[in-house]
Design a protein around this ligand. Structure first.
Ligand code: IDP
Ligand code: MG
Length: 374
């Protein structure tokens, strides 16, 4: 990016008090990463050019939701031709799948994805029926390996991912390596299939092979067909990776730590929680916890990843122990091995939410996997 450049966007904000949509021109200056906003209807400066905490160039793309001083803005369009031309190539989308053979390695795979600067726009753990799997891989229906491929794809849950990035389709294929994991180990030893794949069928991940396939595959999983999530809604608890952690690319290591503690992840979904829903979800803390408003702001500031956590016994207690004290400062001092100590910054940006009371586990799991996923 030329550091002198100025990018323009059309952004919208739903004002819940006035019950109307406010439209803004949002300008972002690459040089000093400052932001300026104009109210389009009233033709007035709305935000003087200044730094907006947490707002980065890479979070600004069509359809993205960003938070500017507690307002959740949706980027609706490019604001000028310069921005349109500059960003179109950068904002390519691709489709990725963590196949059922590698579901236990999803943390490590997400870590690679984030290290390579892909932005995850949608993510959902789901399980395909044989019919759906046949539809998805229809181009291979006559191949001798089709039966094996169908067995693999339907043997258990997978994670479907819509990702964005510069040259995303080719970049993700390159990162995957050759189809055959053995060949990948020979020719591309650092690729995902080399590291995580077993053989030519069980090769860890899928990636779209062209822009056309990417569009078809994203539509297949995230279009009008809604696939049920994999939540058990029984004997489980909720883990919520907060937006600051998702945006800073540490969801992968957090998931790796959860899985290596012996807990299972039985459902996963990325959500953009709006302010009203965040307030409703945290309602029990209202008037009880001083940080309530800041917690709502954090949860609605960008994408979060909801996890359903399952354990042989007492998933709630075990997961709370793994998360550690709510204040990372305290956690670093008292329980340095916990997730909040390792990944949290302060009481608000403490990496994860976990359910407080055992009796509320299913309510909270249902909030994300039943109410918000409907
Ligand atoms: P790709 O996933 O690298 O795009 P495709 O040729 O599209 O490879 O095949 C789809 C999937 O089918 C592969 O990822 C792999 O799981 C499986 N597959 C492909 N070729 C073979 C083969 O020769 N034997 C067994 N399975 C195969
Ligand atoms: Mg293919």
């Amino acid at each position: 990016m030329d550091l002198e450049e100025r990018y323009a966007f059309l952004a919208e904000y739903y004002d819940p008090n006035a019950c109307l949509i406010r439209k803004y021109q949002l300008l972002f200056y690459g040089k000093d990463e400052t932001c300026e906003m104009y109210d389009i209807k009233n033709k007035k400066l709305f935000l003087r050019r200044s730094k907006v905490p947490g707002l980065r160039m890479k979070d600004l793309f069509l359809g993205s939701i960003v938070s500017v001083h507690s307002r959740q803005l949706t980027i609706k369009d490019f604001g000028d031709e310069f921005t349109r031309r500059k960003l179109r190539a950068k904002t390519e989308k691709t489709f990725a799948m963590i196949k059922p053979d590698c579901i236990g390695k999803m943390g490590e795979i997400l870590e690679v994805i984030c290290q390579e600067d892909f932005i995850i726009c949608s993510a959902k753990m789901l399980r395909l029926t044989r019919k759906q799997a046949e539809q998805f891989y229809i181009e291979h229906i006559d191949k001798p390996f089709f039966g094996n491929l169908m067995n693999l794809i339907t043997e258990g849950p997978m994670v479907a991912l819509e990702m964005k990035g510069e040259d995303a389709v080719r970049g993700w294929r390159r990162l995957l390596g050759p189809t055959d994991s053995a060949q990948a180990r020979r020719d591309a030893p650092y690729s995902i299939r080399a590291k995580f794949g077993a053989n030519v069928t069980r090769n860890a991940c899928h990636g779209s092979d062209s822009l056309e396939s990417a569009n078809r595959e994203i539509d297949f999983f995230f279009g009008s067909t809604k696939y049920p999530n994999t939540a058990k809604l029984q004997g489980t608890t909720l883990g919520l990776i907060k937006p600051h952690a998702v945006l800073s690319g540490i969801a992968g290591p957090i998931i790796t730590d959860i899985l290596s503690s012996g807990l299972n992840i039985t459902a996963l979904q990325l959500h953009y929680v709006d302010r009203a829903n965040a307030a409703e979800f945290y309602e029990v803390y209202k008037g009880v916890v001083a940080e309530y408003t800041d917690m709502v702001t954090q949860l609605s500031s960008g994408p979060c990843i909801a996890l359903e956590i399952h354990g042989d016994q007492d998933a709630h207690g075990k997961f709370r122990k793994l998360c550690g004290p709510a204040d990372p400062e305290l956690a670093k001092y008292l329980r340095p091995d916990t997730l909040r100590a390792k990944y949290g910054k302060d009481k608000i940006e403490n990496a994860l939410h976990c359910t407080d009371l055992a009796d509320d586990c299913i309510l909270e799991v249902e909030y994300f996997f039943k109410i918000l996923d409907s």
